[in-house]
Design a binder for this molecule. Sequence first.
Ligand SMILES: [Cu+2]
Length: 119
Amino acid sequence: MRRGVCSFVLMAIGIAAVACMEGGSRRSIASAGEPPASNAEVKIDNFSFGPPTVTVAAGTTVTWTNRDDIPHTVVSDDKAFKSKVMDTDEKFSFTFAKPGTYSYFCSVHPKMTGKVVVQ
Ligand SMILES: [Cu+2]
């Protein structure tokens, strides 16, 4: 009888330990490898990019939203990225994998310029 209770307790501890290990490994898989993805927003309004310069970590996705009632584009100087013409409330996203300074402009209104600094 004693032995039976004892092995039952051991079994319960074993199940708890396995459950604990699974939870732990799942957590470590999620945090391993690539740095966590983050996001940044740039709003286009009144013929300007706001903020005009965003500084982000490598791997960040930047999303531009056209809040103007005029079509705009987002085109990088070195053609690293290029949006289509965005109408009001349309969005364009680009993920910056490599560090560097990315200057960009609106091809419809080339005086509109902005910068993404990737660290
Ligand atoms: Cu424009």
